[in-house]
Design a protein around this ligand. Structure first.
Ligand SMILES: [Ca+2]
Length: 519
């Protein structure tokens, strides 16, 4: 009898041990997300000036995704898409910046928390906006860890010691409890300390000036000042990785390094062109990535991260994070990217994958709170853009009085590069760049990215590309309709009328009420 009880308890203990062991095996997640960094600006993407050893290491020891796109080129909506695993046209108010993220939208962080993960964030989590109108009490990125400070290396850098805050977070995670942490820096968001790049020894002559800007000393130096902030982010990533390594937790952690959208420059952030939408993305996870040290060129959106994390934690992916009609929902995750052997570059131009990008109201910079509704499909051959309100100013109204923050072309953050274009707009050598950044845009834009990687020449009206234009237009429409975009379905689009919680310098600026429906 005694012997059988002993055997029973031994078996029970074994089972308990096995289940604890299973719990131990659930991977941790560390998402490192910079604020406004374009794909081109990492060492792994061969920029000759900016130094990003931590990003490069994650790319080298994991997968470098070199066609990753944000879901929206604007902070709040992009972060909402990452957290919910959904495109912004399904997120109601969260499709706008300075808005809210309604509590009914499930987030990967919330689902992991329910499954026993410890969830935290430092720096910039879900932001900017207000949580209470959406029925949330805490930041959806997790519990806040922002107490540790440092002396900023540049005037424009936040005094938050993100890496030390990550250590504070780790210190309170229970032993054997998996964790999910969001390390979001405020860099390289503007403003910058002017001259920081040159003062720290960076050579403006070595800067690769993107084709969307004039090659001018002001632009070169503006880019250098942006680079020092990317490097600050990268140092924080490096310290966070070193902490995990020291604790023996690095190899069971999915380390993701990315950005919410592209660089804060004209025709970049708050536009659907690559400079605003194509972001750095590298993922390291020895336990889950087969054949690490490769790059992956298929088109992906950052909203694929949420279902990827849930699958990695062996959790069910909710219907909302799947694509397609009911009963035909597909989990759009990186599982295949992690498990296959990658694709060779030579096959990319026949690869049918696509990324989808959207924008509604970025900032309050048009009369009555109107946004600039647009959608795009990006394939390996083309960028196709649909502008729903081509009569509006894409970069915001030139009249600062109709901008909440009292800035002309208010979609574009104030900067030396923006000022250079505006001050010299009538001079030869500047007009073209000024128009690319600020002029009105037609309802359809098409860029042949193989011939025109800078996306400077709209070929939508060119007979040579007529067939491609037709196909891409239909494919975009089909995707938007299938995933429930009110604009594609001909339903009322609500974004122009949602409240705006951003700063108002022009106190009488307001969002117009929704017009009464005509009977
Ligand atoms: Ca941002």
């Amino acid at each position: 009898m005694k012997k059988s009880i002993l055997i029973f308890y031994s078996l029970a203990l074994l089972a308990l041990g096995a289940s604890l062991h299973a719990a131990d095996r659930r991977p941790n997640i560390l998402l490192c997300i910079s604020d406004d960094q374009s794909y081109a600006h990492t060492g792994a993407a061969h920029d000759p000036v900016v130094k990003t050893p931590a990003f490069d290491r994650v790319a080298r020891e994991g997968i470098h995704f070199y066609h990753a796109f944000c879901d929206a080129p604007t902070c709040g909506p992009s972060r909402s898409a990452i957290l919910t695993g959904q495109p912004i046209w399904r997120l109601e108010e969260a499709g706008n910046i300075h808005s809210t993220l309604p509590a009914k939208f499930k987030t990967y962080t919330g689902l992991l928390k329910d499954a026993g993960y410890s969830i935290g964030f430092t720096g910039k989590g879900w932001s900017p906006g207000r949580l209470d109108p959406g029925g949330r009490k805490t930041n959806p990125a997790g519990a806040e860890f922002n107490r540790r400070r440092l002396k900023p290396p540049f005037r424009s850098v936040a005094n938050r010691d993100y890496a030390a805050n990550f250590e504070d977070f780790l210190a309170q995670v229970d032993k054997d409890q998996p964790f999910c942490f969001w390390l979001g820096t405020h860099e390289p968001h503007r403003g910058y300390e002017k001259g920081a790049g040159q003062r720290t020894g960076k050579d403006p002559a070595r800067v690769v000036v993107p084709q969307i800007f004039p090659d001018h000393p002001v632009v070169r130096n503006d880019l250098l000042d942006y680079f020092v902030e990317i490097e600050h982010f990268d140092r924080m990533v490096g310290r966070a990785i070193a902490t995990l390594e020291k604790r023996g937790q690095l190899d069971n952690t999915i380390v993701v390094v990315t950005s919410d959208h592209g660089m804060p420059f004209p025709r970049a952030k708050a536009s659907l062109y690559d400079a605003g939408t194509r972001v750095p993305l590298a993922i390291r996870w020895p336990g889950g990535i087969k054949n690490p040290g490769r790059s992956y060129g298929r088109m992906i959106n950052l909203s694929t991260l949420a279902p990827t994390f849930l699958e990695a934690a062996s959790l069910e992916v909710p219907e909302t994070m799947k694509q397609g009609p009911v009963n035909f929902r597909v989990i759009n995750s990186l599982k295949a990217a992690f498990s296959n052997q990658g694709r060779t570059e030579t096959r990319l131009f026949t690869d049918p994958s696509a990324a989808f990008i959207a924008m509604e109201r970025h900032d309050g910079c048009r009369q009555g709170g109107k946004g600039y509704p647009c959608r795009a499909i990006r394939t390996h051959k083309y960028l196709y853009v649909r502008n729903y309100e081509p009569g509006r100013w894409p970069a915001g109204d030139p009249d600062r009085r109709v901008c909440a923050r009292d800035i002309p072309f208010g979609e574009v953050d104030s900067s030396p590069t923006k000022k250079l274009l505006m001050d010299n707009k009538d001079k030869p050598g500047f007009k073209r760049f000024y128009d690319l950044a600020f002029a009105k845009r037609p309802a359809e834009e098409l860029y042949d990215v193989r011939k025109d990687p800078g996306q400077l020449v709209n070929v939508a009206g060119n007979p040579e590309h007529a067939e491609a234009r037709k196909k891409l237009s239909a494919r975009l429409q089909e995707h938007l309709a299938r995933t429930g975009d009110p604009r594609a379905l001909g339903q009322d689009a609500p974004w122009d009328y949602y409240p705006y919680y951003g700063r108002k310098v022009n106190k009488d600026w307001k969002v117009d009420p929704k017009p009464e429906k005509q009977p």
